[in-house]
Ligand binder design. Structure first.
Ligand SMILES: Nc1ncnc2c1ncn2[C@@H]1O[C@H](COP(=O)(O)OP(=O)(O)OP(=O)(O)O)[C@@H](O)[C@H]1O
Length: 714
């Protein structure tokens, strides 16, 4: 930790900062100028800090020679920070009308202890740029250019980087405290005690000025909770809990007033004060106030994906002025820059927004001027220097909560969400009770006559197909869970396995209640077999079938892009299964190629029908009038000869097969997610490698993209 004198000195140096003397160097110099920098007072953070700024050396690196005699002071702790460089970055998107360039030859760097702001008019490619740096580009995009971390092509491990996306995907039923605390328990290592995690969560909440809203629910559709700006801050809280070394923020201040924007940004800029580790922050931002603007070390100004300016933020005003666009007195520089390069709202395309030269021309002139400027040359040199420096590859630290902790926390969090969300299970329970009452009245006391055979079979068919199909009603809530899972998974908070386990166990109590209460209402009034074993089997099949539908919908959710397509696909698959399950056409009458083989065996309804048929008909007899007098038909005969039920195995085998299907669908979900995660980067590399050969976008030799999103996780 720097002493107060060191800090003061580094602040002074920072005020005189230039591109050739970055902040980390200034901090190091501040330490160097302190005679007893090595003999620092140990404090509570000394363990973390010991590896940062204490050991100093004056090094003779390529940086030194390139800077024409600048003394470069590097700290031994530099290997702790993240130097990010990107060179000649191109991103194209493939649409119906061909491919369109979103980023065109962007070059730059981000260094530890510095805040890089990405600015530009709406739609200029800021989010795409951040996604590219974070390795999160969509599958329809192609990327060219080189992104290096500490001069190496490498993946970033969990805890090293974090990305606060533009959307605030949060669990709406939880309070601010709960959201951040659960996240702390998931992300922070098991070696930290619960109270330490709680303390970290509370401290982070306070840092983001959310102490007054700490017990307010996030809120969402139909239930107002915290404001949009507060949600933004909660999202930031979650991602800074682990104190990542590399932080991407997509519009962190949207929805915040100017004072809140300043406080949030200044706290982000000062993240290193928490533990002395310098952080690399890259943030896209729309409307920074002058005060916020002063917090930026470097500025990357984009227009239609091309660099208008990249360099020290403090020199941008001078750059604009020297090119004929001086910032009017009392005008916020960032407003001036954006106004100068925004061509979306020109009243008259012949004239610029200020009645001067057309904006397109202004942009072209700025771009040309930037390319021939000293700043541009310095940036190129800086990138080359950083790439040459051997800062070492980043350590792949895996310090999140262990698998058991993740499973426990996710189960608890998911249970709480299901409990509080009326639409998840409670509404379903009410609807099930209503339907069960309907069944109880329609099939009331079916008796044991010959006609009761049809009534029993219809009741069973309704329960095993339509009642289970109703479980699709939980899909919208599950889709919301999936959005949160996707965000957290991309940031490496936990693994897919922990999510599946958490979701499975948290749903069990609700499904149990639904299968027992509405199950009993639908079972006893019609007069089905009275003993407890028969009822429990009936409830068990209902329970497993509901789980099966949820598991099936989980698998569907992993493959379709949105909620509507998920509902339609899920309902369609189940309708086909009901049709091929052996009720509407007897098994032997099903057409062979598709319906009999394989659908009849894949459809879980087959096992549900047959298990419930066996449960009900075995042991019963039904009188039938015959020409020679009434005869008693045995239930087993009806099952075998009429319903064509497979009698070679017991009803318990049917139940076991259903349970196996639940496990299979959940496993399938896991495999699909894992496959997508593993295959996507390979496909992206392959596609980009192919585009490398396309002449119009052929620039630097392509390198495998970095995949921050592909977290090293279990
Ligand atoms: N996957 C994609 N498919 C099609 N077009 C895309 C895709 N990604 C980005 N674009 C287009 O690229 C352009 C830049 O989008 P991007 O979201 O990066 O802009 P932005 O600067 O972040 O905008 P805003 O400030 O409004 O959020 C837009 O015109 C957008 O429509």
């Amino acid at each position: 930790m720097l002493s107060p004198q060191q800090r003061l000195l580094s602040t002074k140096l920072s005020k005189q900062s230039s591109l050739s003397l970055p902040l980390h160097t200034q901090l190091a110099m501040a330490s160097l100028l302190q005679p007893n920098a090595r003999n620092h007072e140990p404090n509570q953070n000394s363990k973390t800090l010991s590896s940062t700024v204490l050991e100093l050396e004056i090094i003779n690196t390529p940086m030194q020679s390139n800077r024409g005699g600048n003394v470069v002071v590097r700290t031994m702790g530099d290997e702790d920070g993240v130097f990010l460089t990107w060179e000649d970055l191109w991103v194209t998107v493939n649409g119906k009308k061909g491919s369109k360039s979103i980023l065109e030859g962007v070059t730059g760097y981000a260094r530890p202890g510095e805040l890089l702001a990405i600015m530009g008019p709406s739609g200029c490619g800021k989010s795409t740029f951040l996604d590219t740096l974070a390795g999160r580009l969509g599958s329809n995009t192609r990327q060219l250019g080189e992104i290096l971390i500490n001069g190496h092509k490498q993946k970033l491990a969990f805890g090293t980087s974090a990305y606060v996306t533009q959307d605030d995907t949060l669990m709406t039923t939880l309070t601010v405290r709960e959201v951040v605390y659960y996240s702390a328990r998931l992300q922070l290592p098991d070696s930290m005690s619960m109270s330490e995690k709680k303390e970290r969560a509370e401290m982070t909440i306070k840092e983001m000025g959310l102490q007054d809203a700490i017990n307010t629910r996030i809120g969402g559709w139909g239930a107002k909770g915290i404001s949009g700006g507060q949600k933004r801050r909660v999202s930031i809280c979650i991602e800074i809990l682990t104190r990542p070394k590399l932080l991407f923020l997509d519009e962190p201040t949207s929805g915040l007033d100017s004072a809140a924007s300043y406080y949030v940004m200044s706290r982000i800029a000062k993240l290193d004060q928490w533990d002395g580790i310098r952080r690399t922050v890259v943030a896209s931002i729309h409307q920074p106030s002058s005060e916020v603007f002063q917090l930026f070390h470097n500025l990357c100004l984009l227009s239609s994906g091309r660099t208008v300016y990249f360099g020290p933020a403090s020199e941008a005003t001078e750059f604009f002025a020297s090119n004929g666009f001086p910032c009017p007195t009392l005008q916020n520089p960032s407003d001036h820059f954006l106004k100068t390069i925004n061509k979306d709202f020109e009243k008259d395309l012949e004239k610029g927004s200020d009645g001067g030269i057309p904006t397109e021309e202004a942009i072209e002139s700025l771009k040309k001027s930037y390319k021939s400027s000293k700043t541009y040359q310095q940036v190129q040199r800086q990138v080359a220097e950083i790439c040459k420096q051997d800062c070492g590859t980043l350590q792949m630290k895996r310090s999140h909560g262990g698998f058991v902790t993740q499973c426990l926390v996710l189960t608890k969090r998911s249970f709480m969400n299901m409990f509080r969300d009326l639409g998840y299970y409670w509404l379903r329970l009410a609807i099930y009770v209503a339907i069960a009452i309907g069944l109880a009245t329609v099939f009331n006391d079916v008796g044991y006559s010959y006609g009761s055979i049809q009534a029993r079979s219809s009741l069973i068919m309704f329960v095993s197909s339509f009642l289970t199909l109703m479980s699709i009603g939980g899909f919208p809530s599950f889709v919301e869970d999936m959005k949160i899972f996707e965000r957290e998974r991309l940031n490496g908070h936990y693994g897919t396995g922990a999510f599946v386990i958490g979701n499975t166990f948290s749903a069990l109590p609700f499904l149990l209640v639904i299968s027992l209460i509405p199950g009993a209402i639908a079972y006893y009034p019609p007069g089905l077999q009275r003993d407890a074993e028969h009822f429990l089997y009936f409830a068990a099949v209902l329970f497993v079938c509901m789980m099966l539908v949820e598991s099936l919908m989980m698998t569907v959710a992993s493959m379709v892009p949105n909620f509507l397509m998920g509902i339609i696909t899920g309902a369609g698959i189940q309708a086909l299964m009901v049709l091929g399950g052996g009720f509407f056409r007897y098994p032997n009458d099903l057409p062979k190629p598709f319906w009999r083989y394989p659908l009849y065996y894949i459809a879980f309804h087959k096992y549900a029908f047959q298990g419930l048929y066996k449960n009900e008909f075995e042991g019963l007899t039904f009188p039938r009038d015959n020409a020679g007098g009434p005869i008693n038909l045995r239930g087993e005969e009806i099952l075998r000869d009429t319903w064509q039920v497979e009698m070679s195995y017991s009803k318990w085998v049917d139940l076991a097969i259903l349970l196996g299907m639940v496990a299979l669908y959940r496993l399938l979900f896991l495999v699909i997610i894992k496959t997508i995660e593993n295959v996507k980067p390979t496909v992206a590399s392959f596609m980009s490698a192919r585009s490398k050969q396309t002449p119009q976008v052929m620039v630097n030799p392509f390198s495998t993209p970095m995949h921050v999103g592909t977290i090293q996780q279990s």
